[in-house]
Design a protein around this ligand. Structure first.
Ligand SMILES: Cc1cc2nc3c(=O)[nH]c(=O)nc-3n(C[C@H](O)[C@H](O)[C@H](O)COP(=O)(O)O)c2cc1C
Length: 216
């Protein structure tokens, strides 16, 4: 058994998405002792901005006629899909940035979809694989709050992971991670603590069930 983990936070120290994903990973390792975790750190080692367009170009050209750049980009896409296919379970940790999806995560998703195994119109090579998405937000986007409807990342990520890639997806969401950092949010200290505990509990649950270990 193996777990593939992708992190998209642009920071290492103090990263809430990494801390919550660590809980999922630890639970998975408890159920699969000694098994392998492979990793991708997109926040610190992103896919180059030009790779996706070059890989799209490569997909229109017969393999033998591709330029050197196209061969490199297509190989990078294939490697990204190989990582997904090789793993028995997947874990994604992706923060909200500027009301949208992390550009690093988007670039990686776009690159994956250039590979023939994940292209539109084919059964995705990831179909049925168990996966957990951990997503964190500095503010709150709950129903009735001023920013309701402003989170344009989580819905898109669910679409791609659950509907397009057909993963068996569970989602852990954690909000108000900027409480304690942004003084304007000080009034939400207790709520933020409560939300964090709920997120950690969900992370434990989903980590335990990821890859077939039943929780009940
Ligand atoms: C450049 C930047 C943009 C951000 N934009 C938003 C945003 O639009 N909405 C929000 O709620 N939080 C936003 N945040 C806050 C992050 O979502 C929050 O700090 C989160 O915890 C980051 O993930 P991490 O803790 O794993 O690093 C932003 C943070 C950064 C650094």
């Amino acid at each position: 058994m193996s777990l593939f983990r992708l992190d998209a936070s642009i920071r290492i120290e103090g990263s809430h998405s990494r801390e919550i994903a660590d809980i999922v990973e630890q639970e998975w390792l408890t159920g699969h002792p000694g098994e392998q975790v492979s990793r991708r750190h997109l926040g610190t080692e992103p896919v180059a901005a030009t790779t996706w367009a070059t890989a799209v170009g490569a997909s229109y050209v017969p393999e033998g006629e591709r330029s050197a750049d196209q061969r490199v980009a297509a190989a990078e896409a294939a490697r990204a899909v190989d990582e997904l296919v090789a793993a028995d379970a997947l874990l994604f940790a992706v923060p909200l940035y500027n009301f949208g999806v992390s550009q690093h995560f988007k670039s990686w998703v776009d690159l994956v979809i250039t590979d023939p195994r994940m292209a539109a119109g084919v059964a995705p090579a990831t179909a049925g694989k168990p996966a957990v998405l951990v997503t964190v937000r500095g503010g709150s986007y709950a129903a009735g709050t001023p920013r309701e409807g402003w989170d344009h990342a989580t819905g898109w990520m669910r679409r791609i992971l659950a509907d397009v890639w057909q993963l068996d997806l569970s989602v852990v969401e954690s909000e108000f991670t900027l409480v304690g950092v942004n003084p304007a949010l000080d009034q939400f200290k207790d709520l933020a603590e409560e939300l964090r505990q709920q997120a950690e509990e969900r992370a434990r649950e989903h980590g335990r069930s990821l890859g077939g270990v039943l929780t009940h």
